[in-house]
Design a protein around this ligand. Structure first.
Ligand code: ZN
Length: 138
């Protein structure tokens, strides 16, 4: 069953129109933010709101069907960040100039690697967002 427009709108509003992984806002991204299944349908995930989040195209593409990844610091495979039952600030922080995301937990670090949250394109775009006074979000 595909997602209804009502469900999609709810997910967008709940996320305040931001990617729930990199916090990129819809107003600063050319592509439409996408609905991501936290637990992918291919791995038994369902279409309910508690399994859905909002993600930019880059994050969604890198996440693909991943649900866990390696934390290089502890050497452990850990679950990726789940925006439904975890808080972004508990796992991530911005670096001093606001262009890179820092993982402050194993989950945060593994998610940064898996979703390439500090890929070159994102960092360049964030530099311009900072110059414009749009970033980082409060
Ligand atoms: Zn993103």
């Amino acid at each position: 069953m595909s997602l209804s427009e009502i469900t999609r709108d709810k997910v967008r509003q709940r996320a305040e129109n931001r990617c729930e992984y990199c916090l990129g806002h819809q107003n600063y991204i050319l592509g439409r933010l996408q609905i991501d299944h936290i637990q992918p349908l291919s791995k038994g995930g369902v279409n309910t709101e508690d399994n859905l989040c909002l993600a930019c195209e880059l994050c969604n593409q890198y996440k693909w069907t991943k649900t866990e990844d390696l934390d290089t610091e502890s050497g452990e495979i850990v679950p990726l960040f789940n925006p439904r039952n975890q808080k972004w600030k508990d796992h991530f922080n911005w670096n001093l100039d606001g262009t890179e995301i820092i993982g402050i937990t194993a989950c945060g670090r593994a998610t940064i690697e898996a979703l390439r949250l500090n890929n070159n394109l994102a960092v360049i775009v964030r530099k311009n967002w900072v110059k414009a006074g749009w970033h980082p979000p409060n």
